[in-house]
Write a new protein. Structure first.
Length: 354
């Protein structure tokens, strides 16, 4: 499939690095305002492709997104621009019948994503949002347990994210471009809970604390009330702060169930510990099929003690992105733009269409 990358910034290049090992992907073009950015992305693509024995091809290096419109060989476009630019470009390509894969949040307003979903359906082309947590192996294992009711009812869900501070000249701090912390990052939390539970939010609220030197905020708390499929409520909270020094981040999820508990470390889930009162074979089968490293032993209380790890979190991140792109290329997005619209609507505590 011939794909173009619109926006080869730091994360755009990370996406390229994830896709370069895929023989079914051909890079048709890279679009960036500066020659330096274009060349840096092309160099990375060549390096990874050649290391895997794959031909790098001859990607076009373009300076304007408009130059992609009407490019006949283009079969899909990956849009990794800042959020304030994402929806307009997605609309332009969808209007021409070109499939789009959008980096989250995909827009600054939820209604834009719902309208883009309608346009994609009218054009009969796949459109996906990179809500990457859906593709991570640890959360997929947890979801399989929950679908089989091995853990019992979810009683509490919390994600604590102590992130490294971004440079003060980063576009993120301009909320007219990023939408702010909860729109840019909170959408992951909002969506992953819905993905795991299949439930719906009923109420929520958001709080924020000011940045010490910028006219924005760098710490936020989101509280959402979840109604599970069986009608049971569950309080869900997300705290995010840009307060840690580089290389000293910490992220942890705490999940309480009627049959046990789980503790999951890493923004990209990389380590799970827990105790669960469940039938052993049903519990262990998804682990055996996951290619994860794991240990499980029965306790004297009739529970299973679990330890599951992802060997390389960065490689897991790339693997998850690649899985999302493969699903989109196959016409079955892991997360639709409507999924993104629901996540964005609830990211500030007031939602729609859960």
């Amino acid at each position: 499939m011939k794909l173009a990358l619109l926006g080869p910034g730091a994360f755009g290049r990370f996406i390229l690095e994830a896709l370069a090992p895929m023989p079914e992907v051909e890079l048709a073009a890279v679009v960036a305002r500066t020659e330096v950015s274009r060349r840096r992305a092309l160099s990375l693509w060549h390096e990874v492709r050649e290391s895997r024995g794959l031909p790098p091809g001859s990607p076009r290096l373009l300076g304007r997104g408009e130059d992609l419109l009407g490019l006949k060989e283009l079969e899909g476009v990956i849009i990794a621009l800042p959020p304030h630019l994402q929806a307009a470009w997605a609309r332009a390509f969808l209007a021409q019948g070109v499939p789009v894969f959008l980096e989250k949040p995909g827009a600054l307003e939820a209604d834009d994503l719902f309208r883009l979903q309608e346009l994609a359906e009218a054009q009969a082309v796949p459109a996906a949002l990179d809500l990457v947590m859906r593709a991570t192996r640890l959360l997929r294992v947890v979801r399989s347990w929950m679908e089989k009711d091995l853990l019992g009812k979810l009683q509490r869900y919390h994600l604590e994210n102590w992130a490294s501070r971004l440079p003060e000249d980063h576009w993120f701090w301009d909320e007219s471009r990023s939408g702010g912390l909860l729109k840019e990052h909170g959408v992951h939390f909002v969506d992953e809970v819905l993905y795991l539970t299949g439930g719906a939010y009923t109420e929520g609220e958001a709080f924020s604390w000011p940045h010490p030197s910028l006219p924005t905020y760098d710490r936020a708390l989101l509280r959402l009330d979840l109604l599970q499929k069986g009608g049971e409520p569950c309080p869900c909270t997300f705290f995010h702060s840009f307060t840690r020094p580089p290389g000293d981040e910490m992220q942890v999820r705490l999940l309480a169930f009627s049959k046990g508990w789980l503790r999951i470390e890493g923004w990209i889930p990389s380590r799970l510990e827990g105790e669960v009162a469940a039938e052993g074979e049903d519990l262990l089968k998804p682990l055996r099929e996951s290619s994860l490293s794991w240990e499980a032993e029965p306790s004297d209380r009739g529970r299973w003690r679990l330890k599951v790890t992802v060997p390389d979190p960065q490689e897991e991140y790339r693997w998850a992105i690649a899985l999302g792109v493969k699903a989109w290329m196959a016409g079955k997005p892991l997360a639709t733009l409507a999924d993104g619209g629901r996540a964005l609507a609830w990211a500030l505590g007031k939602g729609r269409g859960s």
